[in-house]
Design a protein around this ligand. Structure first.
Ligand SMILES: Cc1cc2nc3c(=O)[nH]c(=O)nc-3n(C[C@H](O)[C@H](O)[C@H](O)COP(=O)(O)OP(=O)(O)OC[C@H]3O[C@@H](n4cnc5c(N)ncnc54)[C@H](O)[C@@H]3O)c2cc1C
Length: 448
């Protein structure tokens, strides 16, 4: 087997000497065996690995990430909002974990000196007919124990956001913004400092039960699970947790577990306000959501670097990690279009889909939406911006899977694996709370 130490050493380059020595010492003892392996170096995988090693310092852990960098997919391509937990069905995992996660996120950033801004959020009704839905959202937020929520009048909207027009708004001053890639990097540093190994450039392509103990093994079959990557390299472990975002269904399939719910990728393109126009937006400004598609509807989001992003929209992506309009993967495309769940979703919501595509193509259509909130915005004030791709879990009946989903399998291998099947927004906000839940589940299932 090629020496994993080399690549691990590269990944540990960021550690500094004390961390590097600890990590190398640990790795020399067990160069390719771990008690628990976490697949996926996004914010959920890193938070979970961190929580596990902090709880079980005597066990060995590694994170396997296919890219050369950590957190470069959903965790590095998002709106950067610390959500307060208003939208989600009371009693759902999403609601509970978001409310807990936001508090944990602020506390963590304070402790680590990670900059954030608690700039608040207004959900703005621009038509009278939206008011009942806005009020229902307020009630929902109260049921979810969201802090400091209140309904405010048109005059109060203007006091908070002088350029924004609306008839009533839900004011959530607890909402904030942060750079989640920086947060994820910090989780990785905590993990490595505690002795965890991060192996980047390690794309997991296969998992199976070993037929014999590893060569030169003193522990026999203590590590019965073999995890292989695209280069044919392998490591051994006892248990696996997958947090593979846009590939969570494929990882599940590799381990012999169910492929459902499938992941269908939806690209979200942002626009950006020209720097000289950013003064028009102080905090987050969101529309009253359509309960059927809570993630649709353009919003104004200030960023930590002072810029303002507008959007995103949501259009079917032809590549799971394709951030450009013309990015295409035959496998991803075929996977999506042969899935009956996608067609059921499309036929049920054809007009929504078409208007999203129209808005993606024509900036003027997007601007029209934005002008409902800030009439002064014109097409000359905006530029095309970056994109993100959502891992949207979809069941066979074409229903969007809304809540977080965690799942394992049966049989020798399946019972040693825990899959995070669905971790959509606000999983970045909720990452520390999700990590606690995953660690509880790992302890329960695997008897750690
Ligand atoms: C456009 C957009 C806007 C969003 N806005 C917000 C927001 O404002 N606030 C919020 O809280 N949330 C937001 N979210 C949601 C949030 O970003 C995600 O829920 C969160 O980042 C999911 O983290 P993750 O670790 O599960 O997935 P990812 O960050 O996608 O990480 C998965 C990792 O697994 C790796 N991987 C996949 N397959 C393999 C393999 N075979 N072997 C090894 N590694 C593998 C990938 O390379 C990737 O690094 C947004 C998401 C999008 C797309």
């Amino acid at each position: 087997m090629p020496p994993l130490l080399l690549r691990a050493g590269r990944a540990w380059g960021r550690l500094g000497l004390p961390g590097l020595c600890r990590a190398l010492g640990h790795q020399r003892r067990r160069s390719s065996t771990f008690d628990v392996v976490v697949v996926g170096g996004g914010i959920v995988g890193l938070a979970s690995a961190r929580e596990l090693i902090l709880r079980h310092p005597s066990l060995t852990f590694s994170v396997l990430e296919k890219e050369k960098e950590l957190a470069c997919h959903q965790s590095g391509h998002n709106s950067g909002v610390i959500h307060s937990g208003i939208y989600y069905t009371p009693g759902s995992l999403k609601a509970k974990l978001c409310v807990q996660g936001a508090a944990l996120c602020y506390e963590y950033c304070d402790r680590k000196g990670i900059p954030y801004k608690q700039c608040g959020k207004l959900i703005v009704a621009v038509e009278q007919e939206e008011i009942p839905r806005l009020k229902a959202l307020y009630e929902r937020g109260l049921l979810n124990n969201v802090r400091d929520l209140k309904l405010i009048s048109a005059k109060e909207i203007q006091a908070k956001e002088p350029f924004c027009r609306g008839v009533m708004a839900l004011d959530s001053p607890y909402t904030g913004i942060v750079n989640y890639r920086q947060v994820a990097q910090s989780y990785a540093e905590d993990f490595q400092e505690a002795g965890g190994a991060v192996l980047t450039d390690f794309e997991v392509t296969d998992m199976e039960m070993a037929k014999e103990s590893p060569s030169e093994s003193e522990d026999g079959m203590k590590y019965p699970v073999v995890v292989r990557n695209s280069k044919g390299e392998e490591i051994r472990c006892q248990h696996i947790v997958t947090c593979a975002g846009l590939y969570s269904d494929r990882l599940s399939e590799i381990s012999g577990c169910s492929r459902e719910p499938r992941i269908v990728p939806f690209r979200g393109d942002y626009l950006v306000l020209k720097p000289e126009k950013c003064y028009m937006v102080k905090g987050n400004i969101y529309p009253v959501p359509d309960p059927r598609f809570p993630f649709l509807g353009v919003h104004f989001t200030p960023r930590m670097d002072g810029s303002v992003w507008l959007g995103p929209n949501a259009v079917l992506a032809f590549k799971r990690e394709g951030y450009k309009l013309y990015d295409f993967s035959a496998r991803d495309f075929i996977d999506a279009v042969v899935y009956s769940g996608l067609w059921k979703l499309v036929f049920r919501n054809i007009s929504y889909g078409m208007s999203e595509i129209y808005r993606a193509c024509f900036l003027s259509a997007q601007v029209k939406q934005l002008q409902k909130f800030i009439p002064e915005v014109t097409i000359s004030d905006i530029l095309r911006g970056p994109s993100g791709v959502r891992a949207q879990a979809l069941d066979q009946d074409g229903n969007l899977v809304d809540d977080f989903v965690f799942d394992g399998g049966t049989g020798d291998l399946g019972s040693r694996v825990l899959h995070v099947r669905n971790a959509p927004s606000p999983a970045a906000t909720s990452s520390l709370a999700i990590a606690k839940m995953i660690a509880d589940e790992v302890e329960r299932r695997f008897g750690l």
